[in-house]
Design a protein around this ligand. Sequence first.
Ligand code: PEP
Ligand code: MG
Length: 876
Amino acid sequence: MGTKYVYSFNEGNKDMKSLLGGKGANLAEMTKIGLPVPPGFTISTEACNDYYVSNKTIKPEIVEQIEEKLAQLESELGKKLGSIENPLLVSVRSGAVISMPGMMDTILNLGLNDNTVVGLAKATDNERFAYDSYRRFIQMFSDVAMEVPKYKFENVLDKYKEQNGFKFDTELTTEHLKAIVEEFKAIYKAEVKEDFPQEPKKQLMLAVEAVFRSWNNPRAIVYRKLNDIPNNLGTAVNVQSMVFGNMGDNSGTGVAFTRDPATGENKLLGEYLINAQGEDVVAGIRTPQKIATLENIMPDIYKQFVETADKLEKHYRDMQDIEFTIEKGKLFLLQTRNGKRTAKSAINVAVDLVNEGLITKEEAIMRVEPNQLDQLLHPKFEDKSLKEAKVLAKGLPASPGAASGKIYFTADDVVEASKDGTETILVRQETSPEDIEGMVSAQGILTARGGMTSHAAVVARGMGKCCVAGCGEIKVSEVAKTIEVGDMVLKEGDYISLDGSTGVVYLGNVNKAAADMGGNFEKLMSWVDEIRQMKVRTNADNPRDAKAAVDFGAEGIGLCRTEHMFFDEERIPAVRKMILSNTVEERVKALDTLLPMQQKDFEDIYRVMGERPVNIRLLDPPLHEFLPQDDETIAELAKDMGIEPIVIKKRCEELAEFNPMLGHRGCRLAVTYPEIAVMQTKAIINAAIAVNKEGLNVEPEIMIPLVGALNEFRTVKQTIVETADEVIKAAGVELKYTVGTMIEIPRACLIADEIAQEADFFSFGTNDLTQMTFGYSRDDAGKFLGEYVDREILEKDPFQVLDQHGVGKLVQMASKLARGVKGDNIKLGICGEHGGEPSSVEFCYNTGLNYVSCSPYRVPIARLAAARATIKNPRK
Ligand code: PEP
Ligand code: MG
């Protein structure tokens, strides 16, 4: 026997989704459990895929199987497709494996022609109904199967309504409808250059083919891309005998959710229309009634529907989204599926279902998408206001949330304007560490340049502040203090709104709704922590972010970037003196002023973190980033240092690099200026000694950045150990500390076994590792990565989602090499931005990392993703 391509509803079940599509599998399941489903059959996704392989033809074998099932259906119902006496009418609907609501096509009332319409009128004793069905069919068939524009038909309907002073389609008489049918057929003929097909089997095959084709219509392709649905799944086609909701006042049609998809409240929520067919509910021509009112109109049907909804929910053990039709006082179910829902609803439904004993905690965790949590953690725009808002431009969704404010172009202006409570947005070409205060004061940040791991993005995510980066469509003039978009010019003080979750920039002040974590969030997260087998830390470099992260459940700091601490207004002069010094002595003097400040930073962070581990990284960025830019600052600094401005300018020129990201940065700084590492080590160790005297038990983790050669690690480690041991000895205390390295250069991955011999831990810096593995500058890649992803040259932006295939292979290799020499005696973690991205978190778990570390607001997402990874694949 050849392949079976066509299945009657009573041959399948809910677990056959990949073959029968979601709708087909559920129709089969509902049939199986005895619910009133109009009979029919499903043409499998394999038939759809075969259609594409066979040069867009349906092969004879499949046609035969369709005809066979059709014959069965006819004999089961005692009706016949094309019969005048007792015509069978069917609906033809798409049904993908993963539901894609509204993306593909449906044809109703198939089987009608000039003869069967007469038969239908007789059989139902309702001529108006028959012609109304016929005109709907011609319209849908023409649109879906033959791509005749819908509006051509709508114009005719409008014309008749207008001529007769009617408001609703239901007011059209049988005679009107007959005339409309004739006009519709004429439109078809003019457009398709053929008569409207009268042969029902031909109609059927054309309709099936149209559904196959609709798998690749533009909106379906876009939807799949947005939702990560593979292109090769194909759609099934459901052919189902029609039941009619438009047969009078004892008929109707509707949709209902078994729980509220917005809030999760356990209450039936839905709408219906009396005397209408499915598309009328969606089309919004008439206002549907609330489902509860059905109880007054058809109490028996309502009771039956409530019982059925309950049965379906218990059967599927999840909230259902149900379509139904009432034909002459009889209830039929046309579809059920797990309902789409907001994050809040997802959490509430999942926790309630556990409490009701329907699902396990593990199942509840698998029902909440980690990325969905973002919706709860940040404020967002009100849906209504968003619809009315004017879109200005679109950039990268660098840090989620919603923000509105008056635009300012320098950090100082933002700080100044914010003093009286004015809402502000910091607009920059790109941000630099000096903008930090402006970023703190602003409601949101907009930059024209920079990617997802640019400074603006990383810092904003750390603060949980809304940020749209790399918005190439806008021209920012920091001198003129204007933004240009097309021919529109915005000036300082004009209002804009940013959606950091989508990257869209709106004109004006769009209304916001507050973040709402809801009551069951904590409950779900407590289950997440019970199950999770990988730790979640945070990237934080100040007590405020650290506190926020602990509140979100962080179990330590995985990366404290010390450079951010150097940009404080009070410190930057000392930092600059340190860099500009010509002698070691001068440099040490400058560093001595920084030491107590740096020590206090660490003490404050240790106190917030309590007993949780804290990993502090030595200075990483190229020194010139700290240098003064403008003449005024240079003059001030020169005066302070007692030298000529020209000397400073010269030194700045010396420090400038062609390729700073590949230049004098990371451990290379500590190798050539060991005094810096000495000062930082002293600060780290002194701070630990100080807080341990208060009763804590801090064991600092000291991390060396950007190691690529074993001797780099050895050299800097030696500086650290000598300094630390001396400080500890002088203090006369016991203090444990560890020394490890970032793994963020491909070469470090290749020699990971050698480094592991001498390192206590590795932390994968996948931002730099991605940059250096691909050879894409992380600050400039925004310019082309969008197009790369659109054109499927790359599947995803590798700075957002870890490239498991390439960069991930290096991570796996380094982990394996490290474990090979040290087993579990080396701690492995990740602190690149990928540490908060669900698919990357799962990868890290499967690679055997001990923890992931991410920005504070992504900590709950990482916790949930880690728990889901555990459920899928528990560690021994
Ligand atoms: C990294 O490179 O992944 C990393 C965490 O370091 P940074 O982003 O500070 O370069
Ligand atoms: Mg790095």
